[in-house]
Design a protein around this ligand. Structure first.
Ligand code: ADP
Ligand code: MG
Length: 403
């Protein structure tokens, strides 16, 4: 039988109104002849009663006292609640449904609580329940280690649950339902005329996701790519089919090679750190990056010159990074409140003038470029946080992505 995985994100399960839209998508695909696995996130976003961040707030006043294993038990509650609420809706409409936890659905992980990696997929119970013609609702974002203890998969983990289950069941497709009409050329919250992309390759969307387009988690895309399962990212609130993610040659036209620039992504909350070489001290680069690695500070945007190094860290790691460098005998300077804006396109490789157009667009807006770098699929620029929105809009317009 044909299997489809549907994943409903936080806003898609947060109200009766939204859940009724989920119900319609479930009914329609059942009528289309699919057996359905429905992965749910916790309801809503911070401030909503059962959202993941709200659950975390319950213990915030006790500092970091809750051990990671126990913290995962708290984090896992949000998906349990939303699974039960959706299950009751389906049952009330006469649609047979059941709930499995991530572990019961066969998502086996390592023991890295809070950031667990999937190590195995054992879908026996899932297959049994599907064979009984039930819609199987699976709590997203969680699995279990070999001892059956609940683990969580980190931010965006429900997307990963969905594609992992899709891979484990050899699903025909994984549909990621969210609050926007697919993967857009930029975040629609900032760029009003951002446009949905009809088809993108795994590599393109993975790249956009890594550069901050949080509409889907990059790990989820990698899993689907390995299993060669197409993903659709679409809105819960419409019948529009959104964006298809695939490498199938059937969809090759209008993809990678035809598009110099596919989209623009951003990450805010970045600090730029500069370290100058000190007289009589060799290996500044080596020492800086070894120190950062030893303290698990993730670094990005690295520029090495004979006179020193410039790189970025997240704002929340900046004070620690500066203190460590000072302890090593350097006098680092740090500029916080920066943002990385990435222009992404599989087809920009070898195309002359893209950087020039970026500089032109930003300069016209009076936006200072603090750093820049490129690869064959991405050009990154570092700007101040306050300039980020206008940089995104200027670049979006310059590359005519709204057309
Ligand atoms: P969900 O709870 O459904 O997983 P997310 O908040 O994780 O939803 O992801 C959807 C959000 O991603 C959208 O509301 C949008 O603001 C944001 N987003 C950022 N970049 C993009 C993009 N390029 N295309 C679509 N959405 C984007
Ligand atoms: Mg999400």
């Amino acid at each position: 039988m044909r299997t489809l995985v549907q994943k409903f994100g936080g806003t898609s399960v947060s109200s009766d109104f939204a859940r009724n839209h989920c119900l319609e998508h479930i009914k329609r695909e059942r009528e289309n002849g699919f057996q359905l696995v429905v992965v749910v996130s916790a309801m809503g976003r911070l401030g909503d009663p059962y959202a993941t961040d709200t659950l975390l707030d319950l213990v915030r006043s006790n500092g970091d006292s809750l051990p990671l294993r126990e913290r995962d038990m708290l984090l896992g509650c949000g998906e349990m609640i939303s699974a039960a609420v959706l299950c009751s809706l389906l049952c009330s409409k006469g649609i047979p449904a059941t709930i499995l936890s991530g572990y019961q659905a066969g998502i086996i992980t390592d023991g890295h609580f809070g950031q667990a990696r999937i190590t195995d997929l054992r879908p026996e119970q899932l297959l049994t329940n599907l064979g009984e013609n039930k819609v199987v609702i699976v709590t997203g974002f969680q699995g279990g280690n070999e001892n059956g203890e609940l683990t969580t998969l980190g931010r965006g983990g429900s997307d990963t649950s969905a594609t992992a289950l899709g891979a484990s069941l050899r699903a025909e497709r994984v549909d990621i339902y969210t609050d926007v009409n697919g993967i857009l050329t930029a975040d629609p919250r900032i760029v009003n005329d951002a446009k949905p992309l009809l088809v993108v390759s795994y590599a393109e969307i993975c790249n956009m996701a890594r550069q901050g387009a949080k509409v889907i988690h990059p790990r989820a895309v990698e899993i689907a790519q390995q299993a060669r399962i197409p993903i659709r990212v679409r809105s819960t609130f419409s019948l529009d089919e959104g964006t298809l993610v695939t490498d199938s040659p059937l969809h090759a036209t209008g993809m990678v090679s035809d598009r110099h620039v596919t989209g623009i992504a951003h990450v805010a909350g970045i600090t730029q750190i500069s370290v100058q070489t000190v007289e009589g001290k060799a290996d500044v680069q080596l020492q800086v990056f070894q120190t950062m690695a030893r303290h698990h500070i993730s670094v990005d945007f690295i520029n090495v010159t004979p006179s020193g190094v410039v790189y970025t860290v997240f704002d929340y790691d900046a004070a620690k990074a500066v203190a460590l460098l000072t302890d090593c005998g350097y006098a680092p300077t740090a500029i916080s409140g920066c943002a990385k804006v990435s222009v992404i396109g599989g087809g920009m490789n070898g195309v002359p003038g893209i950087m020039a157009r970026i500089v032109e667009a930003l300069t016209l807006q009076g936006i200072a470029i603090m750093q820049a770098a490129d690869s064959n699929t991405t050009i990154w620029v570092l700007v101040k946080d306050v300039d980020m929105a206008s940089a995104l809009r200027a670049l979006h317009a310059k590359f005519e992505l709204h057309l």
